[in-house]
Design a protein around this ligand. Structure first.
Ligand SMILES: Cc1cc2nc3c(=O)[nH]c(=O)nc-3n(C[C@H](O)[C@H](O)[C@H](O)COP(=O)(O)O)c2cc1C
Length: 414
């Protein structure tokens, strides 16, 4: 039976796992079975690390060596894939070096990025990080980035029929104030969003399974294309090494030039580079050889600069945490706090220390939450009360009444 290995780097029962399972269901329609690895239940240490110390070597053997399709799902932390993902990806080089044949890309793969946000580029490097890993050993068939707050403009797969909304560009320009996003792009998908994401993930699974049945030379990328997409990784992040019009793809190192054709700008990609991207078999071999050659060169230079290095090495002091333990000062500082005021019309206004204010409608659900706080009801809230304000995983603003015992969170969509 044909098989897909799915590596999931997010929380144990999080959104990534849900989407991977949906992909597995799609693939199963074609008789392909999926084995799911949840990195967070395994021991995953950062490089450098001995293979005996954790489970990463096993994960890499499954993902890189097995005769299987590969789906990698990672959550977005701080605009790019999370540390679990990077710990695994960064340990892969010695594994490639032992089996260069896996770089020949005779198998297929796909990526699923899961982000909490959906605007202002908060997941901007998500897919680039994952592509760099997956495309070392797989021909990319499909990819989706699921920005869970669901703004269509930031979810390419939601722009049905390949049509971009007429506001797509606007949503991505820097002069659009944060507060105006929801107002300008009123897109209330609610629970439909997750249903749509699950359906799209199923399709991703089907796409991988279909590709597994084709001769590898005939496999094509079938995911949505961004307006300006690299021909190899299909991401639209451009690096400008010096001046425009010259750009290149930071993932694949395919060079390009911005050209103006009849008033429409586009990137003309270097097709020779596209056949020889950073992670191609020849690309990696070239890189490894280059490192070997220049390692020798480096060692010679270091020997020549030995006195200078000695002088610098003797300087500075290293610090480590106090072994006596104790509480971190951070534990007592709320992430972000504000003043909440009841407006008398069922709305709460929160004013942050930097003067930004946000108003929330208190619906019946949030009333219940407040009732649960000991001795407090909505009416019982003090007129001006200091509270914590933080973002929860869904990017909803969560108001936490800190001063009361057994405090509960009050969720309100901004
Ligand atoms: C430490 C941390 C950092 C995060 N940073 C981002 C971010 O930069 N952008 C974003 O869109 N979401 C961010 N999120 C939200 C996660 O991407 C989101 O909750 C996602 O669903 C997690 O995946 P999982 O459900 O599979 O665990 C962050 C979450 C955590 C815990």
């Amino acid at each position: 039976m044909k098989k897909i290995i799915a590596l999931c780097c997010g929380s144990k029962n999080g959104q990534g796992v849900t989407l991977v399972k949906a992909a597995a269901m799609g693939a199963a329609e074609f008789g392909v079975e999926t084995e799911i690895i949840r990195a967070m239940e395994l021991k995953v240490k950062p490089a450098p690390c001995s293979p005996k110390e954790d489970d990463v070597l096993w994960i890499l053997e499954k993902c890189l060596y097995e005769d299987a399709g590969l789906i990698v799902a990672a959550p977005c932390y701080h605009c790019r894939a999370n540390g679990y993902f990077y710990n695994i990806a960064e340990r892969s080089r010695p594994v490639f070096s032992k089996r260069f044949d896996v770089l020949k890309k005779t198998r297929v793969g796909a990526t699923i990025g899961v982000a909490g946000n959906g605007y202002d580029g908060w997941a901007s490097m998500m897919m680039t990080s994952m592509n760099e890993f997956v495309q070392h050993t797989r021909v990319l068939v499909d990819q989706i980035q699921v920005n869970r707050c669901g703004m269509k403009e930031w979810n390419l797969w939601m722009q049905q029929d390949g049509q971009r909304t007429h506001k797509t560009h606007l949503a991505r320009t820097q002069d659009m104030p944060y507060e105006k996003n929801w107002e300008t792009f009123p897109q209330n998908y609610g629970t439909d969003f997750l249903n749509m994401a699950i359906e799209r993930a199923k399709e991703l699974g089907r796409n991988v399974a279909r590709a597994m049945d084709m001769p590898i030379e005939e496999v094509k990328y079938v995911g949505e294309e961004a307006g300006v997409a690299c021909p190899v990784c299909h991401c639209n992040t451009l690096l400008v090494p010096e001046d425009l019009p010259h750009v290149y793809c930071p993932v694949c190192s395919v060079r390009g030039k911005i050209v103006d054709t009849d008033g429409k700008m586009k990137v003309e990609w270097n097709q020779a580079d596209a056949k020889f991207p950073r992670f191609s078999h020849d690309g990696v071999r070239h890189h490894v050889q280059w490192l070997r050659d220049h390692g020798e060169w480096n060692r010679k230079n270091e020997a020549a600069a030995a006195d200078k290095i000695k002088e610098v090495s003797a300087y500075g002091k290293f610090i480590v945490p106090d072994s006596s333990g104790g509480t971190s000062v951070l534990e007592n500082i709320p992430e972000f706090y504000g003043l909440v005021t009841q407006n008398g019309d069922g709305k709460l206004t929160v004013v942050s220390p930097d003067g930004r204010s946000m108003t929330f409608l208190v619906d019946s659900n949030t009333k219940v939450a407040i009732d649960m706080v000991e001795g407090a009801t909505v009416a019982g809230l003090e007129k001006e009360q200091r509270i914590e304000v933080e973002y929860d995983a869904s990017n909803n603003l969560a108001l936490k009444i800190k001063s009361r015992p057994g405090s509960h969170r009050l969720h309100a969509r901004h």
